[in-house]
Design a protein around this ligand. Structure first.
Ligand code: GLP
Length: 236
């Protein structure tokens, strides 16, 4: 594991943008695994600047996102499809048809999950997976459990996750109770993983996940076994 501590969110964002753009320079048709949440926002803004400056070309890039709320369609302003479109995809030269987010409104959620894993296989797997981390150690929406769930699946969100994410909704009751998430198998099979966390509030879970025992009660801890993992933590 490459564990990097930086002083500011600005520095974290600069490093993440440069790793992602470096990946694209190395393999222009790469598959990026992308994440939502507040942590990647700074990096996404920097990537947009680099794309506008002609420093990175997304025309052949494919992307797969980690997760989506069940019941929110892509135009809902709290859906992860909407988040990705508005914070990244609309502002760069990626072909929107090459961007994939699970469909939270699929009629058959189980079939959607299966199709998502097949899609990742068809794309040839993920070259670089970007991750945030929840206060309970979740990655994507893989919540603490008694085992690691391998495949893309439907998950019931923990009350702490609902609480944390309620800041984006009108009220706590508006937060969907379930979500589709890429499984631990999909994340672990990415060729390279980059997990980012920022702020003092994340310090405890980051230490638990990367310097504590590997356990499904802290889902991110499995990443200690990934052969190409970079963790960037910013204190402020
Ligand atoms: C959500 C997302 C996760 C993300 C987490 C942390 O629950 N499903 O993918 O990592 O939030 O978000 P933040 O970066 O805002 O702390």
């Amino acid at each position: 594991m490459n564990y990097i501590v930086v002083k500011t969110y600005e520095e974290l964002s600069t490093r993440v943008a440069s790793i992602i753009c470096g990946q694209i320079a190395m393999k222009p048709q790469c598959v990026l695994g992308l994440a939502t949440g507040s942590s990647p926002l700074g990096a996404y803004a920097k990537i947009v600047e680099k794309n506008k400056a002609g420093e990175v070309d997304f025309s052949n890039v494919r992307s797969v996102n980690l997760d989506e709320y069940v019941g929110l369609h892509g135009e809902h302003d709290q859906s992860y499809r909407y988040f990705m479109n508005n914070n990244l995809f609309k502002h760069i030269n990626i072909d929107i048809n090459n961007t994939y987010v699970p469909d939270g409104c699929a009629e058959d959620i189980e079939a959607e999950c299966k199709a998502y894993d097949e899609l990742i296989d068809r794309l040839g797997g993920i070259d670089l997976q970007l991750l945030g981390i929840g206060y309970d150690g979740h990655i994507g929406f893989n919540e603490p459990d008694t085992y690691f769930e391998k495949s893309t699946h439907r998950v019931t969100l923990d009350s702490s996750t609902i609480e944390a994410n309620s800041r984006f909704f009108a009220s706590r009751d508006d937060v969907p109770k379930t979500a589709i998430t890429m499984g631990i198998g999909g994340i672990m099979s990415a060729k390279r993983v980059l997990l980012i966390a920022n702020g003092k509030g994340k310090r405890e879970i980051v230490e638990k996940a990367f310097f504590g025992p590997i356990t499904p009660s802290v889902p991110a801890s499995i990443l200690q076994l990934h052969p190409n993992l970079t963790v960037i933590y910013s204190e402020n």
